[in-house]
Design a protein around this ligand. Structure first.
Ligand SMILES: [Zn+2]
Length: 123
């Protein structure tokens, strides 16, 4: 399988994830990774399906040690914090208004992230 140019953005994200893991875990630990869980916000410009495709492609081409690992993309809702009423609420359908008082609100406190949330190792 060749690396598909249409998913180069996701491929570069996957490479960054693998580099981050390599910086934080030993070779022996990396060989035992079975699940990599990501926390992804809707504003992070990441398509979960494309992340899966990119993950499989990079493992196949470059990172054989992760062949037994699966990628799990956990999406989280967009949350805004309203300075007018001091409440945090969920943004529905990209309408940036406070769910409590209805004021326009673009003070995003969750939704931009792309983080490694959890790594599971086999015994
Ligand atoms: Zn409010």
């Amino acid at each position: 399988m060749l690396l598909n140019p249409e998913i180069m953005h996701e491929i570069s994200l996957v490479r960054t994830i693998f580099r981050t893991l390599a910086d934080n875990f030993s070779t022996e630990e990396l060989d035992r990774v079975v699940v990599i869980e990501l926390k992804v916000g809707p504003l992070a410009n990441v398509e979960p399906v494309l992340m899966q495709n990119a993950f499989e492609a990079v493992v196949e081409e470059e990172e054989a040690r992760f062949r037994k690992a699966t990628l799990q993309v956990n999406t989280v809702p967009v949350l805004v914090h309203c300075p007018a009423c001091d409440q945090t609420s969920e943004v529905q359908q990209y309408r940036f208004v406070c769910g409590n008082c209805g004021n326009p609100c673009a003070n995003v406190v969750q939704g931009n992230e792309l983080l490694i949330e959890r790594v599971v190792f086999r015994d």
